[in-house]
Design a protein around this ligand. Sequence first.
Ligand code: UD1
Length: 366
Amino acid sequence: MKQTILLVAGARPNFMKIAPIVRALQARADRFDFRLVHTGQHYDREMSDVFFDELGIPKPDFHLEAGGGSHAAQTAKIMVAFEEILQRELPACVLVVGDVNSTLACSIVAKKAHVPVAHVEAGLRSGDRRMPEEINRLVTDAISDWFFVTEPAGVENLLQEGKPRESVFFVGHVMVDNLLFQRAKLEAEGPGAGESPALKARLGRYGVVTLHRPSNVDHPETLGPIVRALGEISRELPLVFPVHPRTRQNIERFGLELGPGIELTRPLSYMDFLNLWKDAALVMTDSGGLQEETTALGVPCLTLRENTERPVTMTEGTNTLVGVDPQRILQAAAAVLRGEGKAGRRPELWDGHASERIVDALDRLL
Ligand code: UD1
């Protein structure tokens, strides 16, 4: 029988994970119908709509417009609006991705309505409960029915937490499905559009920076030293820094001076950003996804955090955890620039076919 799946996407890092799942479901239209819900957690054009256009995600069937506000306010708005949709649609399953507030909100609502929840990118644990995403991961995994996992550590975490082995599926990474698909498109299309072609031509060798985690950007005593360390590095290696709205607000609010070698841009579209970082000498970030994407393409990455929920990027990939101590950042960047960065290899099953494995599993489960 044909089954309807409700797909949830809300924030920028969800969109690239939903795109390949949509393609895999479309390829099995004999078996599955899907409806797409956009919670509206991210609402600026450059944080949201541009990704739908570029990644070929169909227009959402439902837009909850539940963005902005504190964590509680945002989560609550999403829950109230999603409950109404769920009651109307009565899907066979709700599929959530990642670890953002939308993931948490919709999985709770679905479970209370007795609708099975599939969590894509399940089982990751940073061990840091001060991180909002860690709470979202723990709660979502506590109540989900089926767990689609990107790396072996995720499987171990879920089994240790008592999940039945048959509910845990090591499938690889849907974000890498999207990455390989979009990179092939980019290579076929020539130099690319947007800001990256001109930046690349002008800068030659360059690094890329992204920062948005509250623990790094919400306090001047942390953001200030990070920005000064970046300024230091930028004397040797020009840095392009596409800024998340919250980080831009804080740089201005704290009156921080950026070194002359740092170029701020607005948040870039997926393709424009990919075109930029894939050829960077070095990426410095506090993002979860970019740690993995750089590993997938073999680009050296320094993660400006004390922990990672994605350990395979360190054990097998190109990622090094450097924390936020300026000296450590400077030393690690210098090592990469001397050609002493990690070589790394692409982790198991990061092969572009995770979404198909997920849809195959759902075919057996539903
Ligand atoms: C969210 C996710 C984080 C993810 C990040 C990627 C949670 C808990 N966090 O963090 O895991 O890595 O997205 O971008 O879900 N804002 C805008 N326009 C927008 C969206 C946000 O101006 O389109 C500003 C607003 O001031 C907003 C703030 O950014 O209040 C924070 O947005 P929010 O969605 O709460 O969290 P992010 O920091 O974006």
